[in-house]
Write a new protein. Structure first.
Length: 423
């Protein structure tokens, strides 16, 4: 069934009824309704394309990270050189707020941005840091601030101890939710500062920045080597979620050697073995609501060479393997797994889980056009329900609004989809 769906993708856009094409709202883009139809999902399913919007950021930019606010109207965009821009998506207005240095603000290389919309979409939880010129290495710790839609910045108080150890300087943040709850590293990256700083006892902490409190912390030195170890691991990937009891659960890929660790606030961290050798080569992981299960997305791509400008480059060899799997953290068992065949190289699509925990959007194998392709999967059994084209030939970000609409961004071209309930 899955391969039949993929084989029919190229013809799907041409089969979209004229009435369906007319229902797609187009904002700020020079795209005809006929052109917009190619972004519609293939086949019959719960997803329907409702809008295409070009964010007011100038030309399409492959080096742009964009996130919609929970209300689906506001957006924040991070560009490697320009910095942070905030605006209204369909209103067509935007303002550049500040130049930033994103690499030094993420908790891990594979972690999400250091900026997060508040749950009510009224402001952004952000980070500032003094840096040296022209090197851009930090000269001081991170500071957390609230950035309003009008650009007004309000710096929050310095951290104080609560249930955890204050540790060293704040040097990495991963936002857990839009209420100011975050996972943070304290005193981990002293070698990044100019001049370098001593970091004798770096810690990993759950922090409530709204209150300015470190709620709980664990020493980084014992995460891989056990009690008494002096080895400080690096954080390669990290995700976090707030559980129904209010505690934070985080899943981290540490190294070397690459190892998955699960830490629930108030409990001791423990190692876990995710399937498909995910510690060595992870395509992505995502918590389901509540944090009891995690979606595991292996790297699936064909075997061969990538030749961007060589017309005589040999075609890659198709590879069949796991596309996604659902893993239960308590039992250590696989709930389901889905396989696919990758025949073409293409840029990837990030993963996101719907607020109700029914669906997820992940990257699926590209077709002959080599454009990024997303798939909506059922988290009940892993079935691929629909696939649709990424908005641009670049890495695509994906997410859900508070009311369950799906959005997909590629370089500032944002496609918004409605998911029909009960299907």
């Amino acid at each position: 069934m899955w391969r039949i769906l993929l084989a029919s993708v190229c013809a799907a856009a041409a089969l979209v009824p004229a009435a369906a094409r007319a229902q797609v709202a187009i904002h700020g883009c020079k795209i005809s309704p006929e052109q917009a139809a190619k972004y519609a999902p293939d086949g019959d399913g719960p997803v329907r394309l409702v809008a295409l919007t070009c964010a007011p950021l100038g030309p399409i930019n492959n080096f742009l990270d964009l996130r919609l606010a929970p209300d689906g109207e506001g957006f924040l965009a991070l560009e490697s050189r320009k910095g942070l821009t905030v605006g209204q998506l369909q209103a067509g207005d935007a303002q550049h707020l500040t130049t930033i240095d994103p690499p030094f603000r993420r908790l891990a290389t594979g972690a999400d941005l250091g900026f997060r919309w508040s749950s009510d979409s009224r402001f952004i939880w952000g980070l500032t840091q003094e840096v040296a010129q022209p090197s851009h290495f930090p000269t001081g710790p991170l500071h957390v601030e609230r950035i309003g839609r009008d650009g007004v910045e309000t710096q929050l108080p310095e951290l104080r101890d609560a249930g955890g150890d204050r540790g060293g300087d704040l040097d990495g943040v991963l936002w857990v939710n839009g209420e100011g709850l975050a996972l943070a590293t304290l005193g981990l990256h002293g070698d990044r500062y100019r001049p370098p700083r001593a970091t004798p006892d770096p810690t990993l902490a759950v922090v409530d920045f709204r209150k300015g409190e470190v709620r709980r912390s664990v020493p980084m030195s014992g995460l891989l080597g056990g009690v008494g170890s002096t080895t400080i691991p690096g954080i390669l990937d990290a995700i976090a979620v707030q559980r129904p009891d209010g505690k934070v659960r985080t899943l981290m890929r540490l190294g070397p050697p690459p190892t998955w660790m699960l830490w629930t606030e108030g409990e001791a961290p423990r190692r876990i073995d995710l399937p498909f050798g995910a510690a060595q080569q992870s395509g992505g992981v995502a918590f389901l609501p509540g944090g009891d299960r995690v979606l595991v997305i292996p790297q699936l791509h064909p075997f061969g060479m990538i030749c961007e400008h060589n017309p005589n480059c040999p075609a890659p060899t198709p590879v069949t393997g796991p596309l996604a799997a659902l893993y239960d953290l308590a039992s250590g068992k696989l709930i389901w797994r889905t396989e696919a065949t990758a025949s073409y190289f293409a840029n990837g699509v990030a993963a996101a889980v719907s607020p109700d925990g029914r669906y997820a959007v992940i990257g699926v194998p590209a077709e002959a056009d080599r454009m990024p392709r997303a798939g909506l999967i059922s988290l009940r059994d892993g079935r691929v329900l629909q696939t649709f084209r990424g908005p641009w030939n670049s890495h695509c970000e994906v997410g859900f609004t508070a009311d369950g609409r799906l959005w997909l961004n590629g370089g500032g071209l944002v496609a918004i989809y409605q998911i029909t309930r009960g299907r």
